[in-house]
Design a protein around this ligand. Sequence first.
Ligand SMILES: [Zn+2]
Length: 270
Amino acid sequence: MPELPEVQTIVNELSQTIIGRIIKSCEIKRDSVIDRSSTDFRRAIRNCKFTSISRKGKYLIFQFDKPLWMIVHLRMTGKFILVADHQENRYGRVIFKLDNGLQMIFHDVRCFGTIELSSDIDKHKKLFSLGCDPWDKALTPESLAIKLRHRKASVKSILLNQSIIAGLGNIYASEILFDAKIDPTRVVTKLTLSQLKQLIKSTKKILASALKNNGTTISDYRRVDDKQGTFQNFLKVYGKQGEPCQTCKTPIQKIKQNQRSTFFCKICQR
Ligand SMILES: [Zn+2]
């Protein structure tokens, strides 16, 4: 599933091409992707001009030249493809026809992705419930300690909880905990302030590096136009079970936490 670096890469790449473009028409191939009837959706979005694209957590937020926002979650297999007019695409679920002849296709093989419209972004419940962005100044070891003080969960599941820090998923959670030298099974209330400080530092470091590499392509994630990210070449623990730890040579372990795989080094991470 695309995580923060993948979503941000898509935001950056779409911004270069579609800001200032006007949606001339829109074709809905799969109604379950959108949040209203296809007639209402098409009517609401027709002749809207893209003015900006941003990200919150794993959501893409498209802003138009009137009080209207389009909020997209890619889930498992959602992606955007920009193509010249008149191209058919089997998994194109929503097709935005732009005023320069390009089509922006929301392509989603498994159809778990969502596209919602909102006339008041500040009242959008899912966005409102998201926690801090990793680069938010409000995210400090002290604020994190207060937020976590009554939690019984492991630090790994806390990293996946979008209401605490927004944007992380399974790949980066393992990589961040390896960088921070923290055991993923550790109950989060047992972390010291200096470990929380390191956790925040490692989060920013790993995400910045992934962003520089346009994300991680292991299975479904693609950049705009099907290009691949390259951070998979720099992973240290994710998917590396049985391979020697790059620091101490002990084989990397794979365990399940809440039905999700976690990869770590039992010697380096305490
Ligand atoms: Zn190790």
